[in-house]
Design a protein around this ligand. Structure first.
Ligand SMILES: [Fe+2]
Length: 238
């Protein structure tokens, strides 16, 4: 059984990820060579930074899927979203138009990088009581907001899952982030590991280095533990 990558910027020309269909397809071939057979495309949705053009996203997603089939890549791709914790997310929840991950009630949410204000606490609670659950995107990059008021335990008690970017382990976001991710791994606070690929050329080498590092820390086939059947089940994809 193949592995799943739940966080990718692989739909071309819709955010800061892939620019062309060829870039997307090259990265999909690479992911496939790593044993990944299921990909969730998660374009950014964040007011004032990434305009989320639903029609264009859906169109390019469908065209990409056609190319995957034409090229016999044998990879399943689903459309999701990486929400920034802000108005777009709350609006979609209120309208019942949320892009979830796979066939589940999980939403991929990027937390603020620095402070997590008091009013956010209420918003977070609203999500927890909305019927949706959250996957915290690259939690290793949010050490400061973690220190501001909530704890990993509080999030976990409210059914949150924690996703880490594999390339953080290879040093993409600096030494502090790398060490924090190692710490989260050792303490059992990592549920899912993904590539968060933006389809840049340098990523292939970094992905290889990062997976090697993960193997060193964990031993065995780490892909099964963090990208395997258990994750597909949680996302209702099996
Ligand atoms: Fe991302």
């Amino acid at each position: 059984m193949g592995f799943i990558d739940i966080h990718t910027h692989i739909v071309p020309d819709v955010d800061d990820g892939a620019k062309t269909f060829d870039e997307s397809l090259n990265r999909i071939r690479y992911l496939k060579s790593m044993g990944i057979d299921t990909i969730i495309a998660t374009p950014h949705k964040r007011t004032n930074l990434f305009e989320f053009k639903s029609d264009k996203i859906r169109q390019n997603f469908n065209l990409l899927n056609d190319r995957i089939i034409e090229n016999n890549l044998d990879v399943r791709i689903y459309l999701g979203c990486e929400y920034y914790f802000g108005p777009d997310l709350f609006e979609d929840i209120n309208n019942g138009s949320v892009y979830t991950i796979g066939n589940s009630k999980y939403i991929l949410v990027e937390f603020p990088t620095f402070r997590f204000g008091n009013s956010d606490k209420e918003s977070l609670f609203r999500i927890f009581t909305s019927g949706y659950k959250i996957i915290v995107a690259h939690i290793e990059r949010h050490r400061y907001s973690l220190e501001s008021f909530y704890t990993l335990e509080y999030l976990r008690d409210n059914s949150a899952l924690f996703q880490c970017d594999i390339m953080s382990l290879g040093g993409l976001w600096g030494e502090q982030t790398r060490l924090f991710m190692e710490d989260l791994l050792k303490k059992g606070f990592v549920d899912i590991i993904s590539t968060d690929t933006h389809c840049k050329e340098f990523e292939e080498e970094l992905l290889r280095i990062s997976f090697d590092r993960l193997k060193e820390i964990y031993g065995g086939d780490v892909r099964e533990r963090f990208m395997g059947e258990i994750i597909k089940k949680r996302l209702s994809l099996l």
